[in-house]
Ligand binder design. Structure first.
Ligand SMILES: Cc1ncc(COP(=O)(O)O)c(C=O)c1O
Length: 438
C-alpha cells in the first residue's frame, strides 16, 4: 500500500502534513536508524494508534470511570493489563502513563516524598534524566545519591553500589540505564535494597524485549516496581507502563497510616495524581504490541538484537577502535574515542551526513564535555526489526570505519556512502514505512 492509499484524507485535505509524512518515510527508509532507543512500530501498532479510541475520554480505571460510555474502553484497558501481566509475569499492571518519564514520575509519587534520598545513575554515566538528574523534576524534588561506572572497566561495581547505599540509606534505588551496554545484576541490587530498606525499581525501557526474549536477567521477581516505555525496542506506541507487587513490603515503615497498598498507590499516582484522561489509542496499540511480543518471532528478534550488537562490536574492534565497557550484552554499542583526536560529536555528525543516524554520548572516564563527548551510542533494534543479521553488521562496521577515517573531510565520501546505504536498504521491508506491497 502506498502512502497515497494509506493517508488519502491527508493527501487530499492537508498536503503540507502529507508532504512531511512522505519526507519522514523517505528519511527512515534510506538511512540506518541506529539511535538505540528507536525501532519500527509494527503496522498493527500504527493502525491502533490511528483508531477511533483516540476520541474517547476515560478518566479513571475500568469499572471506575468519571465519564460515561466506557464499556468498550474498559474491555480494552483490561485486555492490555492482562496481556502485560502475562508477558512479564507481573502482579499488577498500569498501562496509562503517557510515556516513560511520566511512568517514572508516578513511581516517585507512590513511594517517596519530596526531599527524600533516591539512588540512581547520573546521565553522564548512562542513567536517565528521571533517575535523579539535576535538571529533571527528579533531581529538583528529590536528592540524588549517584552511583556510576568504574572509569577503568566501564562496569557498574556492585560493591561500590552497596557501600554508597549503606552510607547514604536512600529510600529508592533505580536499576536501569539508557547508555550502559552490559547486563544489570538485579539479584545483587535486591540484596542491597533489602539491607537498607529501600524500594528497588527497575527501569527496563531500553531492554524490555531482551528480558522477554530471555537474553537479559528478568527484574520482575526482584523488584518492588518495574517501569518501561512501550516504544523503543518493544515496537509499540509512544507510551509507558508500570508493573509492581501488590503489597508494599515497607508499608509499616514508610506508609503506616495509608489505607492503600503499593499497587493502589501507583494507580492513584498515575491518575488522578499526575495525569488526566488516558490515551486509549496508545493503550490499544500497547495491547497489540504485547500480543506480538508473546510470539516466538518476537523472541527471535530479541535474541537477534544482541547477536547483531555483538557482531558489530567484534567488527569494530577488529578495525582498531575501542568500545565502552569492553563489549556488549545488550542492543548497545558505545564507541569509545577517548584515545582518538576526533570526538563523539565529530563522528555522530559525520555519520548522519552519510546516512547513519546515532547520537554522541559520554563514555566511562570521559574527559570531554557532555556537549562534545568521546563516545557514540549505537543500537541494533531498528536494523534487527528490518531483518538484518550478523553479516549485515560487517557492512555497517565498514561504513562506520570509512566515516571515522574521513571524519574531517566527510563531504568527500558522504554522497557515495549515503547512496550505498540507501541501495542496501532497498533489500529490506521497512515496517510501517515501506510496506511489502509496493
Ligand atoms: C531508561 C529510560 N527510562 C525512561 C525514559 C523516558 O522515556 P520517554 O522519553 O518516553 O519519556 C527513557 C528514554 O529514553 C529511558 O532511556
Amino acid at each position: 500500500m502506498s502512502n497515497a492509499e494509506r493517508f488519502p484524507h491527508l493527501k487530499a485535505n492537508d498536503p503540507e502534513v502529507y508532504q512531511l509524512i512522505q519526507e519522514q518515510c523517505e528519511l527512515e527508509s534510506s538511512t540506518l536508524k541506529m539511535i538505540a532507543s528507536e525501532s519500527y512500530a509494527t503496522y498493527e501498532v500504527m493502525e491502533a494508534c490511528g483508531s477511533p479510541f483516540t476520541n474517547k475520554y476515560s478518566e479513571g480505571y475500568p469499572d471506575a470511570r468519571y465519564y460515561e460510555g466506557n464499556q468498550v474502553t474498559d474491555k480494552l484497558e483490561n485486555l492490555a493489563r492482562e496481556r502485560g501481566k502475562k508477558l512479564f509475569g507481573a502482579e499488577h499492571f498500569n498501562v496509562q502513563p503517557y510515556s516513560g518519564s511520566p511512568a517514572n514520575h508516578a513511581v516517585y509519587r507512590a513511594v517517596v516524598k519530596p526531599g527524600d534520598k533516591i539512588m540512581g545513575m547520573p546521565v553522564t554515566d548512562g542513567g536517565h534524566l528521571t533517575h535523579g538528574w539535576k535538571v529533571s523534576f527528579s533531581g529538583m524534588d528529590y536528592v540524588q545519591v549517584p552511583y556510576g561506572t568504574n572509569p577503568e572497566t566501564g562496569k557498574i561495581d556492585m560493591d561500590q553500589v552497596r557501600e554508597i547505599a549503606l552510607r547514604e540509606r536512600p529510600k529508592l534505588i533505580w536499576a536501569g540505564t539508557s547508555a550502559y551496554p552490559l547486563k544489570l545484576d538485579y539479584a545483587a541490587f535486591a540484596e542491597i535494597a533489602k539491607e537498607v530498606d529501600a524500594y528497588l525499581v527497575a527501569d527496563i525501557s531500553h531492554i524490555n524485549s531482551l528480558v522477554i526474549a530471555g537474553v537479559h536477567p528478568d527484574p520482575v521477581p526482584y523488584c518492588d516496581v518495574v517501569t518501561s516505555t512501550s516504544h523503543k525496542m518493544l515496537r509499540g506506541p509512544r507510551a509507558g507502563f508500570v508493573m509492581s507487587k501488590i503489597e508494599d513490603r515497607y508499608q509499616q515503615k514508610y506508609f503506616p497510616t495509608s489505607k492503600f497498598n503499593l499497587a493502589q498507590r501507583i494507580d492513584r499516582a498515575v491518575f488522578p495524581g499526575l495525569q488526566g484522561g488516558p490515551h486509549m489509542h496508545a493503550i490499544a496499540a500497547m495491547a497489540t504490541a504485547f500480543a506480538y511480543a508473546m510470539t516466538d518471532e518476537f523472541k527471535e528478534y530479541g535474541k537477534q538484537i544482541v547477536k547483531n550488537a555483538r557482531a558489530l562490536v567484534s567488527a569494530i574492534i577488529e578495525k582498531g577502535y575501542a568500545v565502552a565497557s569492553g563489549g556488549t550484552d545488550t542492543h548497545l554499542v558505545v564507541l569509545d574515542f577517548r584515545k582518538e583526536e576526533f570526538t563523539g560529536k565529530d563522528v555522530s555528525q559525520a555519520l548522519a551526513k552519510c546516512g547513519i543516524i546515532a547520537n554522541f554520548n559520554m563514555v566511562p572516564g570521559d574527559q570531554r564535555k557532555p556537549s562534545v563527548t568521546s563516545g557514540v551510542r549505537l543500537g541494533t533494534p531498528s536494523l534487527t526489526s528490518l531483518g538484518m543479521k550478523e553479516n549485515d553488521m560487517l557492512k555497517v562496521a565498514d561504513w562506520i570505519d570509512q566515516v571515522c577515517k574521513n571524519v574531517y573531510d566527510i563531504d568527500k565520501v558522504a554522497t557515495r556512502i549515503r547512496g550505498e546505504i540507501a541501495e542496501f536498504l532497498k533489500g529490506f521491508d521497512v515496517p510501517g514505512i515501506r510496506p511489502k506491497l509496493i
